[in-house]
Design a binder for this molecule. Structure first.
Ligand code: GLU
Length: 510
């Protein structure tokens, strides 16, 4: 068969915030598509109306855009394979479900919820604690396998609610070639007769995913490991619908695990351990509850996709920092790991720190401006442009810029007096009083002059410059941090420097 143009899809259900595992699935699909000059499709799998959450679709689109991995086709970027929301493709699916019934691969089932419940209790035994609708039970239920043709036709014409279920073959091995896991074998008798078409005429995920992957000419179906147990149903549907020759290649990505490796990372773990799990802030429309996202916690999109890419993949060279272009170039599905990847928030911050350090002032400037203005700090661009390169090494996340930049624009409201007072004495106090006078008469205000004045005066008064440098720093910035203190003095200007020394003296002299 000739090589088809690569088409991959990210197929989330719009049920809430986008978990980092979801973004990683989107990212790996995106990288693969770009590497192979293919198309990255976003398909919204919203057939389960009970789980539909208002705003979740737009949120997914926004998250992908923020990450810089927007789809080539999707509800917001229609191509020729639309519509891209399954709820808008409803009519497509019944035909295929009916076709499966006519071919003997599926059947109508008329059981009521009460009958299903009864089946689960009646057939419960020590050997079978949770009976399913499968080869052991199906012939005892109300369906087109057990009823006569006439009874079935009557029920259908009487509009008795019914579903269509796949007829799982007995004792068959279903084989799937997974790019990451190799051959995976499933035994058909362990898989239940999944519902394909629901009573409301909506398909279930199982039918819709296969029909749509076929209709959208998907060449590679990549998704999270949690979908592996469903894979045998999908492989069979590709066969039963007569599409085996165009079945996509499969890969199931490893889980992202809690930091201690004990199970899949959940939103609750993030809440408990104080780190984000969602890409961007998510507000639940029903409860109003806000869940923090990586974006709002001050992560850069390049850092975020870099750290996600490396959660379960590496190129074997030991390289950890990759730009998006480098990821595209180096990425290969074969090198994705089989086993789960532990999430480590400290490591995530390390990635972001590396990216903050290598980001240009132009890139950081608007993010920092937004941060400071949302904290009611009036800035000026010129001073920001000078200050950002001086302090960015000290910032792991964008929000750290607040502490590191605030004092360039406003006098500190609190001074770390504890850091100074134990060694504070009359001599130091006298030094700063004379220093103020000397500064007032300085002819020009620059680092060299300020530093020279400071050092000469301290030596003249029998003090080591190093001993008075810490109090000077605390006066100017409020604490024991920041770049070279004379540079800070120069940048904040003479008036602010003199004012802050004055305030500092009164706090330390108490
Ligand atoms: N709708 C599924 C999800 O929410 C998609 C699984 C798949 O990609 O087949 O993740």
């Amino acid at each position: 068969m000739h090589q088809r143009p690569v088409r991959v899809r990210f197929a989330p259900s719009p049920t809430g915030g986008l978990h980092l595992g979801g973004v990683r699935t989107a990212l790996y699909n995106y990288l693969f598509a770009k590497k192979h000059h293919g198309t990255f499709v976003l398909r919204i799998e919203d057939t389960d109306q009970t789980r539909y959450v208002q705003g979740a679709e737009q949120y997914i689109v926004d998250c992908l855009e923020w990450c810089g991995i927007s789809p080539d086709e999707g509800p917001h970027r229609p191509g020729k394979f639309g519509p891209y929301r399954q709820s808008e493709r409803k009519d497509v699916y019944r035909v295929f479900a009916e076709q499966l019934v006519s071919n003997g691969h599926a059947y109508y089932a008329f059981d009521t919820p009460e009958e299903l419940e009864k089946m689960r209790t009646d057939f419960k035994s020590d050997n079978n604690p949770s009976p399913q609708y499968n080869h052991t039970t199906r012939m005892k239920m109300c369906n087109s396998l057990t009823l006569s043709k006439e009874e079935v036709e009557k029920k259908i014409s009487d509009k008795v609610p019914h579903v269509i279920r796949i007829l799982m073959p007995d004792q068959e091995e279903i084989k799937l070639n997974d790019i990451i896991r190799g051959e995976v074998v499933f035994h058909s008798h362990l898989v239940d007769d999944k519902v394909l078409l629901k009573a409301d005429g909506m398909p279930t995920y199982h039918l819709a995913v296969v029909v749509d992957d076929h209709a959208m000419e998907i060449t590679h179906a990549f998704r999270g490991e949690e979908w592996l147990p469903s894979a045998p149903v999908h492989v069979l549907l590709w066969q039963f619908l007569g599409w085996s020759d165009v079945m996509p290649a499969w890969a199931h990505f490893p889980l992202i695990l809690k930091p201690d490796g004990q199970g899949k990372l959940s939103k609750r773990d993030g809440d408990r351990l104080g780190f984000p799990v969602f890409a961007m802030d998510w507000r639940d429309p029903k409860t109003g509850e806000l869940t923090k996202g990586f974006k709002e916690m001050g992560f850069l999109p390049d850092a975020y996709i870099n750290l996600l890419a490396l959660l379960g993949w590496n190129d074997g060279s030991g390289q950890e920092i990759f730009s998006k272009e480098e990821l595209i170039q180096h990425f290969s599905v074969e090198r994705i790991h089989k086993s789960g990847a532990k999430f480590d928030f400290e490591k995530a911050k390390w990635y972001n720190h590396e990216w903050v350090k290598k980001s240009s002032t132009d890139l950081l400037l608007p993010l920092v401006q937004e941060l400071l203005s949302s904290n009611q700090i009036h800035t000026n661009d010129e001073l920001l442009q000078t200050a950002i390169p001086l302090i960015k090494e000290r910032c792991h996340v964008i929000n750290d810029f607040l502490l590191q930049l605030k004092y360039f624009f406003v006098d500190p409201t609190q001074l770390d007096t504890e850091a100074v007072k134990p060694k504070w004495d009359e001599k130091k106090s006298a030094f700063f009083q004379s220093f103020v006078k000397e500064l007032e008469s300085l002819s020009s205000w620059n680092i060299e002059e300020i530093e020279k004045c400071f050092k000469d005066l301290s030596l003249a008064q029998g003090l080591k410059p190093g001993d008075v440098q810490l109090p000077f720093r605390v006066m100017l910035v409020g604490g024991k941090f920041g770049p070279a203190v004379f540079e800070i003095a120069q940048l904040i200007g003479k008036d602010a420097t003199l004012r802050r020394i004055d305030t500092g003296l009164s706090s330390f002299n108490i």
